[in-house]
Ligand binder design. Structure first.
Ligand code: NIG
Ligand code: FE
Length: 425
């Protein structure tokens, strides 16, 4: 299967050598090749260049030609933080919020994550899989070409295993890369005395079992007042690091309790949320990033989730300040039934410009290459590079990339290519 896209208005994120991530000023300089062509063979990008130097077509056999006149080609979105496997929606909690309760008050009364867990425990693995598959397909249709999915709504060994098995089946059933995160410490179930007691169970019983069964790529904790403290999060990260499994951790959503510092010390792959994120922790992230040589190891990536801020009406992560400080910001949806019921990365990119003042290229870089880096996938997806998977977005005609946020409800994504083929979903 061979495809040639020609007359592309702008080929976004095209690199001769794709870097691991882009940071600070590199983000506003995310490369664009104007008036370009792109060749795909067997699901992989094989070449690209300017139409001015187009070498012509030597072999027409089986060649599918797409005239992209006036349209942009972007790497498909890389959504590095989702809770796409869940039992039911929680729209009744949304109504309660409209009636005046806060997200935290609802959670304190047994709603929130505990509500999701109760419903999930009652559902069969097959039902959960069928629902989640529809959501993953819907995400791909909106331009997602790689994603991470967390457990965390199980809260018992059996139910967490059920979630992780569903994620494993999704990995096999869909043609995009998926990473599985064991969100072991998400909420404390009623049967346990406190967060420390539940964490002990997670660390001693669940983690080794799931790791042995090859069900997890990363671990996660909700490091937050009223959920899991720095001590519990540390215990989980030390245990997972000993198994060679890195952390991707929920921190600083409502309070700064020292989670970012801990995660950097424990070499977590990412710190996610960051709605409450002052100058001191930003500086700590900068020191960490500067200490990691490109091509060697990985920093702790800051991941912002603007859909959650938008939906809960809480502050947005300081995306502008994080980039100005020289960091490789990533953006993700946080798709979940409580705090961000949407898996639409285009919306996230729009919010990043509208609410965090990100330039179009910064927002796109954060939602593609840096998202891929926050899943250790930037050698494969998140950029236009020779040998990279042809997971791409072909946009509707747009004068400039700023139209994504300027015309903030117009459709952006026309066609999605997955492994070089148009996604028919
Ligand atoms: O990322 N903050 C923790 N967990 C999820 C949402 C949990 C829920 O409300 O279901 C989040 O926002
Ligand atoms: Fe989350």
């Amino acid at each position: 299967m061979r495809t040639l896209l020609k007359n592309i208005k702008g080929l976004v994120g095209a690199f001769e050598e794709v870097p691991r991530d882009v940071a600070g000023l590199e983000m506003s300089n995310f490369p664009i090749l104007y008036n370009a062509w792109l060749a795909i063979e067997d699901g992989v990008i094989v070449d690209f260049g300017s139409m001015d130097d187009f070498p012509g077509i030597l072999d027409w056999s089986g060649l599918n030609i797409v005239d992209a006149e006036g349209r942009w080609v972007l790497p498909a979105w890389c959504d590095s933080h989702t809770h796409t496997v869940y039992a039911h929606n929680r729209s009744e909690e949304f109504l309660m919020r409209l009636e005046g309760m806060t997200y935290q008050e609802i959670a304190e009364r047994g709603g929130g994550i505990l509500n999701s867990a109760k419903a999930l425990q009652a559902m069969s693995e097959d039902e959960l899989f069928d629902d989640a598959l529809k959501r993953v397909h819907a995400a791909i249709a909106t331009g997602v070409g790689a994603m991470e999915i967390k457990s965390g709504y199980g809260l018992t060994l059996d139910a967490e295993r059920k979630m992780l098995r569903v994620i494993k089946r999704l990995k096999e059933a869909v043609p995009i890369p998926i990473k599985a995160t064991f969100l072991g410490c998400h909420a404390v179930p009623a049967e346990f005395e406190d967060a420390a007691a539940y964490t002990k169970h997670v660390v001693e019983e669940m983690l080794p079992t799931f790791a042995r069964d090859g069900l997890i790529d990363y671990v996660d904790a909700f490091c937050e007042k009223g959920y899991f403290g720095v001590d519990e999060t540390r215990a989980l990260l030390i245990a997972s690091n000993a198994l060679g499994i890195k952390g991707k951790v929920h921190v600083n959503q409502f309070n700064e309790i020292g989670g970012i510092n801990l995660c950097i010390n424990q070499k977590a792959l990412s710190v996610d949320h960051l709605e409450v994120c002052g100058a001191e922790v930003i500086q700590r992230l900068v020191e960490d990033y500067k200490g990691i040589e490109k091509g060697k190891g990985h920093p702790t990536y800051p991941v912002a989730l603007p859909g959650c801020s938008h939906f809960l009406g809480i502050p947005f992560a300081p995306g502008r300040a994080l980039i100005d400080a020289g960091l490789p910001l990533a953006l993700a949806t946080d798709h979940n039934p409580g705090s961000a019921p949407s898996g639409d990365m285009t919306m996230v990119v729009r919010l990043a410009s509208l609410k965090m003042n990100l330039l179009p290229r910064e927002a796109i870089a954060a939602a593609t290459l840096n998202g891929a880096a926050a899943m250790e996938l930037s050698h494969e997806v998140g950029a236009i590079g020779r040998g990279h998977r042809a997971n791409l977005i072909l946009s509707h005609p747009m004068e400039g990339l700023q139209h994504m946020a300027y015309r903030f409800t117009d459709a952006v994504v026309d066609k999605v290519f997955v492994n070089g083929e148009i996604w028919e979903g």
